[in-house]
Design a protein around this ligand. Structure first.
Ligand code: LLP
Length: 415
């Protein structure tokens, strides 16, 4: 069974009717399926079962504590990129020995916080960062586990905003400089050099460039292990793509087999950092039609979810499938689905054929579990949406809808 499916023309998430969730919680509303989240984790874990591995869920893709708790219970580790994300996983009592910390701009405070929490390792993105971590660890009298993020200069053939592994991107250390940097960090006395890391981009659908990059990193790791220092962890990042529209599904078993072939002889523990693969199709955004409006050129369906709730269409021109929550008949309309925000760039879909809806009907925006709620903002002073987790025939509110007071709570009007 699909975790989101239509039964008799009505959308269900697992065994809960979407309409019932809307009546209970209102719109816009993010809805996640526990089964879908667990299923994504299990598919990856199963594909890599032949090699010692650790899945570190990428918190940035969906950082709600309820969702993180589901993954923690599955035994997942976490890939974090900020002190805030570290705080989130501390709040769910995550196992810190399964946590990796990436990002090009780690501050002293963030490094200190992560060292106090005893995380597995920092994925270091520059020489200066290695020196800073060494010095903060020295001040605290501890050793910091690190891997160096190597930029393999491989084009993952995805959107340019979410490509990270080409030499023009800000991430990681050029592969040519990797060997020398390992020589240097091996001599820094407060660092425990544990591994090597890469992440070439997001929403990757072709496994071939990804496997090529893994091969490049594996060969570098082999030289480093032979000449410089033993390495225990091979972290190949995230980026496994999902189906939004008609993409070729990312072939996880074939990918796992190819990766295992590349790295098996190294005897290192594999880390993967999937975000979207687990969360993307595990969540949807439900929204209500406010108005239908016709201009000389277009039909507009104006809904109550805007770019502040889901920015992917505006930011990347991303495609999200949209369907009525209740399907009456097969008729459809060519339209732009737009939000209430005062920007022409505020749209969820352009020139899209969708099932016909009337004022006050509801629409479902699919594949919104990753980089949806996490990228939402209060622009136009719009309270952020509520989030609900469905588990079988139960629903649990995992984030309250913000209220107007939440918008002004931190402002100081007393000037
Ligand atoms: N590891 C690192 C170091 C990353 O930078 C990322 C994502 C991931 C893992 C997880 O990638 P995933 O498996 O989710 O593809 N906002 C964009 C995506 C940005 C991805 C940033 N890094 C979007 O909405 O498409």
């Amino acid at each position: 069974m699909n975790d989101f499916e239509y039964r008799g023309g009505e959308l269900f998430c697992e065994d809960v009717r979407a309409k019932d969730l809307i009546e209970k919680y209102g719109t816009p509303l993010y809805v996640y399926s526990r089964k879908a989240i667990s299923g994504g984790f299990d598919r990856l874990s199963d594909a890599f079962r032949k090699i010692d591995h650790l899945i570190c869920f990428s918190v940035k893709s969906c950082s709600n504590l309820g969702v993180l708790r589901v993954l923690k219970e599955k035994g997942s580790g976490f890939d974090i990129v900020s002190g805030g994300e570290l705080f989130r996983i501390e709040e769910i009592n995550a196992d810190m020995s399964k946590v990796v910390f990436a990002g090009v701009g780690k501050t002293n405070d963030e490094i200190e916080y992560a060292l106090e929490q005893n995380i597995l390792m920092f994925n270091v993105e520059s020489e200066q960062e290695a020196e800073r971590i060494n010095s903060v660890a020295g001040d605290l009298g501890v050793e910091a586990g690190i891997a160096i993020r190597i930029n393999p200069d491989v084009d993952p053939k995805t959107h340019k905003y979410i490509t990270t592994g080409k030499s023009e991107n800000k991430f990681g250390v050029d592969i040519e400089r990797g060997y020398d940097l390992y020589k240097k960090v091996a001599g820094l006395k407060n660092l425990a050099v544990k591994g090597i890391q890469m992440h070439i981009g997001s929403q990757i659908t072709e496994i071939e460039p990804y496997v090529t990059a893994v091969g490049k990193i594996a060969r570098l790791a082999e030289r480093i292990k032979k000449d410089i220092i033993p390495l225990s962890y091979m972290d190949i990042g995230g980026g496994m793509g999902i189906v939004y529209k008609d993409e070729k599904p990312f072939d996880v078993p074939a990918f796992a087999e190819a990766v295992i072939k590349e790295i098996k002889s190294l005897g290192m523990k594999l880390i993967i950092e999937p975000g979207r693969y687990i969360s993307g199709n595990s969540g949807v955004l439900l929204t209500q039609v406010q108005y239908l409006k016709k201009s000389a050129e277009k039909n507009f369906v104006i809904v109550d979810a805007g770019m502040n709730d889901l920015i992917r269409p505006s930011l990347y021109g991303a495609y999200h499938r949209i369907e009525p929550v209740s399907k009456r008949d097969k008729s459809s309309v060519l339209c732009d689905v737009v939000g209430p925000v005062c920007e022409s760039g505020d749209f969820i879909a352009k020139d899209r054929e969708i099932g016909r809806v009337s004022q006050d009907d509801y629409l479902c925006v699919f594949s919104a579990g990753a980089y949806g709620a996490v990228m939402s903002s209060n622009y136009n002073s719009r309270p952020r949406a509520a989030e609900v987790l469905v588990d079988g025939n139960e629903d649990i509110m995992i984030r309250k809808r913000e209220e107007y007071l939440d918008l002004t709570r931190l402002d100081n009007p007393n000037i």
